[in-house]
Design a protein around this ligand. Sequence first.
Ligand SMILES: C[S@@+](CC[C@H](N)C(=O)[O-])C[C@H]1O[C@@H](n2cnc3c(N)ncnc32)[C@H](O)[C@@H]1O
Length: 228
Amino acid sequence: MENTRYHRIKHVLDRRQTDLTVCLEDVHKHHNLSAIVRSADAVGCHNVHAVWPQNQKWLTNNTSGGSKNWIATHLHKDINSAVAMMRQHNPQVQILATNLCPDAVDYREIDYTLPTAIIVGQEKTGISPQALAHADKNIIIPMQGMAQSLNVSVAAALILFEAQNQRLQAGLYERTMLDESIKHKMLFEGCHPIIAQKCKEKSQPYPALDENGEIIADDEFWHKLKHA
Ligand SMILES: C[S@@+](CC[C@H](N)C(=O)[O-])C[C@H]1O[C@@H](n2cnc3c(N)ncnc32)[C@H](O)[C@@H]1O
């Protein structure tokens, strides 16, 4: 891999797993949201879903360490609409509910090479009955100590990294899944943020990039960007 920003971003986007996602059900502490988004980015998720009050601000760059810019976040009013969109993205998706109940399956027994959505629950109350009703399986991280549960971001990270491990072994990071138009948009905004902003202000589509991430555009484009 060549070591320019363009090539680093491209390498990351080429490995995105659009069929692995996490859904945060009413998780509300910002340090937890931020940690889960970072873990999702780290294992190569493209989409993160969250049930989130519509009048409240979602993560800022400060809290997510910038990971939020590389993840497509979908905010939902309730778990039903979150699950509906996850199924719309991938009708084959297996919905896994993290649930601290005796008959839940050990999370390491799951096949994460399948299209997968992992629902994690609220810090205090845990996962809701509505979420459980959508679940194909309940999963648990076995614990041997006195604490009854893990921090939600720790639980999400353990499961996501098990998914990464299985997917690495299966070679799933070698296939490119992300739509070319989304990749182009993210590459353009990542490599040329000021010009991207100007294009948005002038309602101009982003021009093409060459194999080194340089903009390919004619004089007319630059003229329109400056004067239109
Ligand atoms: C702090 S726990 C909630 C505890 C809550 N009292 C309950 O009974 O679910 C917050 C979330 O973290 C996840 N979690 C924590 N520990 C877990 C474990 N051992 N296995 C699976 N998920 C876990 C679940 O998503 C849970 O809803």
